[in-house]
Each structure stands twice: as structure tokens, then as C-alpha cells.
Design a protein around this ligand. Structure first.
Ligand SMILES: [Zn+2]
Length: 278
């Protein structure tokens, strides 16, 4: 494999060290001083880990980093505090799940990851939204795997994840030998033991450099074809479904397609033949 020069960085909030509660933007005190302060602290912690990952990548010889500000509203990272040299994709509505993804990236890295819905002891475990479970060809998948399948569709390997220990273990089950940086250990939905932020950032900086150095030895996530995607809700799906969705039972819908890329974008954007990025 040629040297890793261009890296796509997927980011999320819930797996960052120091964060063990849901984004306060939906809480009733979101717009009061308490909510604003709480969210700003989370944003600072997340931005610190993203910067540490970018620093590690630059130290490892990477020249081009695109950061996807992927958590909920798509505007969580503190742009003014980003280190020079990176680019960031943010905002809504996103024209694609992985904003700005293209086949010219050499690797996918993930920062701030939480485990999939239903993970015992996982901190802030969920998949996309609370109350959803995703299955691809019968196997439950989380956001890390969704992102890795989409990047893998254009040949980009998933080489690094930081986040909750349970998320790191999950990543290692899907891609044996992937580099991980566990920055906290989830004990319950809103409870974890964390590294201090400076230590979490140091671990991310070190492990992401190992990921780049070992990238050629990290296997690709195998792409299964065709794919049946099932999305299970904890409340019944509405009477009206997206065109192409099959109702399995009140709580479960199903999409079928040639690849994960197709079925996921069909679910997300209602288009069965969503084009692959160039
Ligand atoms: Zn999130």
C-alpha cells in the first residue's frame, strides 16, 4: 500500500473522554446558562481530541485531513480552535452521510466513538438515534460500522477508532488489528471512568500514528453483497413508509440492495441508486 497522505476523519461527541451524558441541546435547560455551559464544555473536549488526532496524523506524514463534524446538528466542533492545515465539513442538510467523501482518501479514522445500541455497560450507546437498532444481513451494526462500510465502498480502509473502551472492542471485533485509543470505560448509559483530557489526547496522538504506520497490515472490512438492512424501532413505524421499504412487522422495516452503500443511502435519503462518490 502506498503511504497514507489523505485521511477522512469521522467524528462524534458521545465517545469523547470527559463526556458521559447526552448532548444538552434537547434538555429543557438547553438555552439556559447551565445548558450552554455544559454543551460548550463538551464541544471543547471533542475539539481537543479531534485536534490531537489531526496532530498525530500530520506527525505521521499525512498531508490532507478532512474532518466530518458528524454529531447530531453537524455543528459541534469549535472551528476557531482547530489546528491549522485541516479542513472541516459541517452543517445541514448533508448531501451525503459522509460529507466530502471521495475515493482519493487513503484511510478512514474515527474519533469520539460510542458503542452500538444495546451494548451492555456502554456509555451513551446508540445507533444513529436512540431507540433504533440496525442489522445488516442479520448482524447488528453501529455507527462505526455504518461509516466503515460506506468508506469501504470506495476502497477506503478503516484504520483507527478512539472512544469508549466498549466501542474500541467493537471495532476490534469487526477489523482485527485495527488501532484503537480507549479514552474512557463505560460503566452504564450515563456513567464512565475517563482519562484526563490531556492523557486522552496523548493516547490518541500516539495510537493514530501507529495506525498510519501499520495501515498496510490492517485488513479491509469485508463488503458483503447483496445486503438486507433491517431497522428496528422501539415504537411502531408510521403507516406511510419510504418507497422501497418493506414492513417486516410493526417495529421493523427492511431494505434490500446490491451493497451496504446502496441500502443505507436508500434508507437515509429515499434513493435506491444513490451514486457512489468519485
Ligand atoms: Zn453523536
Amino acid at each position: 500500500m502506498a503511504a497514507i497522505k489523505a485521511v477522512y476523519m469521522q467524528t462524534d461527541l458521545e465517545g469523547v473522554a470527559g463526556i458521559d451524558d447526552w448532548d444538552p441541546r434537547f434538555k429543557d435547560y438547553a438555552n439556559l446558562a447551565e445548558g450552554v455551559r455544559e454543551r460548550l464544555e463538551m464541544q471543547r473536549l471533542m475539539t481537543g481530541e479531534v485536534n490531537a488526532a489531526a496532530e498525530g496524523l500530520f506527525e505521521a506524514g499525512v498531508e490532507n485531513i478532512l474532518i466530518n463534524d458528524s454529531h447530531g446538528p453537524g455543528r459541534t466542533l469549535l472551528v476557531e480552535e482547530l489546528i491549522p492545515g485541516v479542513r472541516i465539513g459541517r452543517g445541514k442538510p448533508k448531501p451525503a452521510f459522509l460529507l466530502g467523501l471521495s475515493s482519493r482518501f487513503d484511510a478512514l479514522v474515527q474519533v469520539g466513538m460510542h458503542p452500538m445500541a444495546g451494548t451492555p455497560s456502554g456509555c451513551l450507546a446508540h445507533t444513529m438515534s436512540r431507540g433504533l437498532v440496525f442489522r445488516a444481513n442479520g448482524r447488528e451494526i453501529g455507527e462505526m460500522e455504518i461509516t466503515a462500510y460506506i468508506a469501504g465502498a470506495v476502497g477506503i480502509p478503516w484504520i483507527f477508532t478512539s472512544g469508549d473502551l466498549h466501542a474500541c472492542r467493537e471495532a476490534e471485533r469487526w477489523v482485527p488489528g485495527i488501532a484503537t485509543a480507549p479514552v474512557k470505560e463505560g460503566l452504564a448509559e450515563a456513567c464512565a471512568i475517563h482519562l484526563a483530557p490531556e492523557d486522552a489526547r496523548k493516547l490518541i496522538r500516539e495510537r493514530i500514528q501507529e495506525a498510519v504506520a501499520r495501515a498496510a497490515q490492517i485488513p479491509l472490512l469485508p463488503q458483503e453483497r447483496p445486503v438486507v438492512l433491517e431497522v428496528v424501532r422501539d415504537t411502531p413505524w408510521p403507516a406511510e413508509l419510504n418507497p422501497g421499504a418493506e414492513r417486516v412487522d410493526a417495529f421493523t422495516i427492511r431494505y434490500r440492495g446490491a451493497s451496504f452503500y446502496q441500502v443505507f443511502h436508500h434508507y437515509r435519503f429515499g434513493e435506491p441508486d444513490y451514486p457512489l462518490p468519485g
